[in-house]
Design a protein around this ligand. Sequence first.
Ligand SMILES: *Cc1c(COP(=O)(O)O)cnc(C)c1O
Length: 359
Amino acid sequence: MSRKVRADVDLSAIRHNYRLACAQAPNARAVAIVKANAYGHGAIEVARALESEVPAFGVACIEEALELRAAGIAKPIMLLEGCFDAGELPEVDAQGFWPAVHSEHQLVALEQAQMASVFPVFLKVDTGMHRLGFAPSDVPAAVSRLKALDCVSEVILMTHFARSDEPEQSATKHQIECFEALAGSEGLAACLSNSAAIMAWPGAHRNWLRPGMMLYGATPFMAPQPVADQLLPAMTLSTEIIAIRDVAPGEAVGYGGTFVCERPTRIGTIAMGYGDGYPRHAKNGTPVVVKGRRVPVAGRVSMDMMTIDLTDLPEVEVGDRVELFGKQLPVSEVALWCDTIPYTMVTCLTPRVPRFYSE
Ligand SMILES: *Cc1c(COP(=O)(O)O)cnc(C)c1O
């Protein structure tokens, strides 16, 4: 009786992918990144599935960290961008959060705070992405100021790559060299690698890893890659066909009439749209899977529905399931058709899509 949109999340695939990340750098520790509701997969469920294996989780803001605590997640939680204002520091103190410190104002706030607990601090260095972090020349002074604080158990140097998903580009090499040349970094642990660097840049592994997208089984690379090829997709987004009609040649389908039938065409309407987070930018021809076969999107994605060309699958009926991406169709491939990346495909799914979990 209900709309049949669903996202099935395979938690064992996420555990497999986490172990694959760890296996790339057996001497490093991997903070599982579960920001943005674990890239749309459900932060609480993902954190519960990984909690026994991880040293810590990573999130974008304290609200996300508090949501995990409220759900009973007890492991340390790293705040990738640190505190947005000093008012968050009492929660950092009380809850066992690990802050990043990327700017002078965060450093001053920590110096002025009355903290009772002791925690590691991730000092963020701008080695070339130019988004967050201290300039390399300012790092030695920031390190000594952090080391002088009673609440700081350890200073871990952190940086983030702008182009680690492009193995042929020298930008990552330059960022690694910049990091290695940091004055005052002797004896400090380092945390550099996102998913792409874990898979493609072994020179960036060091002590701590920050895998995000790879946990969810999507490749950040445009080309096949030996490690990425071993990832298991964690989410399968699917729905049902709710109507089928025959449309004559020359007739247009959907808003704007962007798909014009060139032959007698069997159009299936499915319950999925941009109101569910499926991208409106999906071009005509974007694949979906019905009964194990790929068929193309035909016509613009609307808010609650979209249309697909079933002409070549005459046996398909109303009520048959349609996979938008997942076990049979890599989300990265669909993302290309939508002029986007797998990251947005999964994080943009709306609460209207119920998530179902398997262990
Ligand atoms: C999101 C994020 C990550 C994870 O990146 P992936 O490409 O998803 O692995 C790592 N580090 C920082 C600072 C991030 O913001």
